[in-house]
Structure formats: C-alpha cells, structure tokens
Design a protein around this ligand. Sequence first.
Ligand SMILES: *Cc1c(COP(=O)(O)O)cnc(C)c1O
Length: 407
Amino acid sequence: MRLWLENVDADLQARKRDHHWRTLPSVASRCEPEMVIRNKACLQFCTNNYLGLAADPRVVDAVRAGMDQWGFGAGASRLVAGNAAPYAKLESDLARLKQKPAAVILSSGYAANLAVLKTFAAPTDVVFSDKLNHASLLDAATASAATHHTYPHLDFDRLESRLRRTAEKHEHRPSPAARGRRWIVTDTVFSMDGDVCPLPRVAAIARRYAALLVVDEAHATGVLGPDGAGVAAQQNCQTDVALSIGTLSKAFGSVGGFIAGPQAAIDALINRGRNLIYTTALPAVCILAAQAALDISLAEPWRRARLGTLAERVRGELRQMGFNCGQSASPVIPVILGSSEAALCAAELLSQMGVWVPAIRPPTVKPNTARLRISLMATHTDEHIARLIAAMRKLRQSLERSSRPPG
Ligand SMILES: *Cc1c(COP(=O)(O)O)cnc(C)c1O
C-alpha cells in the first residue's frame, strides 16, 4: 500500500515539475459563451457545444416536459427495462442523417467506440488507426481482440504499406477466417487540431485492400456536411463507410453516443455489444434533449453557416498575427505554442483578460506541440469574437516582448 502510493506520488510530482499537472476547473453556470469558471466570469472558447444548443430554451423545455412524463433515472439497461420510447425516433432520425439503414444509441461516444471494435474486430483481424485518433478510438482498438497498428497522422502511404505487409503475411493462411479482416478507423475531424480527414483517399485504400472503413464523426456531426450529416456526407463517401460513430454530447448538446450502419451490424451490437448490454440506459430526457437539438439543427442551418464563417474569420486573424493554427478546417482552432509552460502561461494571460481558452499539453498532444485550443460556437456574437481577437493580439505582443533579447 505504501509503495503503491509512493509510486503514485512520484508520478504526480513529475507531472507538476513538467507542467503537466491537471486539475478540474469548477464551473458555476450554463454551457454558454459567457460562463463562470473557477469563480470568475469569463468569455469561453472551450466547449464542444458548437451549435449553442446545450442550454437552448427549447432543449431545456423538452427536458422539463420529458421529466414530467419519464422522471429521471432509466432504472435498467436498454435490454431489460430502460428502452424508453423516445430512443426509437431518435435512432431512426440519426440513421437517416447518416444515410444508413439503422442506428443504435449508447451511453457515450466513448462507449460507442469500444462497442464497435470489441464487438466486431476478431483475433485474426488487424485494426489500423491514425495516431491522432481520439483516445477512445485508440483505447477501443487496444481493447479489441485484433492486432492494432497505428499510422502517422494522415500518412496514407504508411497506411497503405502497412496494409500491403499485412495482406502478404495473411494471404497464405488456410481460410478466410484465419486470414482475418482489416479495419481502417479514423476520426473525420481531429479533436486537438481541427483538421479534416480526406476520406476519398482513405476510401480508395480501403477498397484496394478490402478493408472496412469506420469513421468517428464526433466533432463533425451537426457541424459539417449537408444537414450536419458529417464529413463522409460532405465528401460524398457515405457508401464507403461501414460504420459511422457519432456523439450526442457535442453539437447536439446532450449526452450519449451512437453507431449507424447496416441493420445486421446494429442487431449484433444489441445482442453482443457489452458496452450497451451491461450498463444502465441513459435517462429518456437525455434522448429528448438530443432529439430537440437535432430538430433545431436541421431547422436552423444558419447555425452551421455561422460557425463556418466565424472559424474562417478567427483563423484568418490569428494567422495574420503570426500564430500557427495548423491545418484547422473546422470550429476547432489550435494555436500551437510549443512548450507546456508556454501554453499554460498563454492560457493564464488570456484568463486574466477574462477569456477562457484551455491549454492542451502532452500526453494529449505530441511533446513540444502544446497549444491553446479555441473552439467556437454558433452563438458567439461578433462582439465575443472581437474580444477574443483583441486578447489574442495582446498575447502576441506579450510573446514578442518576452522573445526579444534583453537590452
Ligand atoms: C468527444 C469524442 C468522443 C467521445 O464522445 P463522448 O460522447 O464525449 O464520450 C469520441 N470520439 C471523438 C473523436 C471525440 O471527439
């Protein structure tokens, strides 16, 4: 016991020393552009509430009305007694959005990723993941029975050479089962860089090697593509995608994850998906909130359009100031600063100006690529954006002063 805690403590001390210490910031307000974080009123650019629907009055009303009918807790797993009626409508709407025959909702996007690879990837299979995939997708690949290979971010030559090597190694095996399947799994919008995966290139490789393509559209659903259907729809690749994963917790302002795909795959998840079977269903009001948000997102396309406009404006301004925003093409805009200390100092400086932008550090991102991560909302006003730009300009000046040699 003592030794264990000494080890834990040594690790924590190292984190403090390396500027990787994390604490949970207390929040005392709704998820809106202006929030109270760490007991301080601030203008925030840190949530995935892209369409501004998490506290929309219509979403809140749907929850209030739902609460009268359903109460709160679901009381059991979906298979036992937790499958409240609102699930069926939302699943059918999500399937339609993703142009797939069926969809199933789980308690989080994290659980959805685990369910897909743990249910379908067999011991003779090989999963290929982009190194910058979301942690839950990487965890899912590791937790699955399959062999897991990662390829450098968007390096499709490497992906292809790894697939070729696997094909050569497996082709002499005696049966299709022994030869296994290949899975290519990728985020479509990468969480910490906001860049977008060119799916037609991945789809072409998947076809060449008879691999199954699984996409995680957590940041793209509700945000990109026609009706917010995601990147696969935007890039005309929906038919190349075997399974599409999304979340109800980002643009749809609620909580929960979902998987869209062929009916047999969805039936298999209901029958074999441990992350669905052995956990209590989400409360019905979570589903009603997501349904209300989905309906609003379809009825008010201005939200997506505004997000796109704001992202372009912010990236343009930041680049003009000399900041490195990587390849962002979404409402997630990194400002890459390098050291963890630099990122923390920058976040602190912004916070003193009443602007809350999180510093993202290793191990979430590669060493020496620590950054600020700006995420925008459709409900940020022009005045909010002007305040962000002004604060970033001050940060720029402060960085220039500190990098200038003394004297
Ligand atoms: C946020 C996120 C998840 C997890 O979704 P939750 O619903 O928050 O569990 C999965 N994948 C990606 C790419 C994400 O950004």
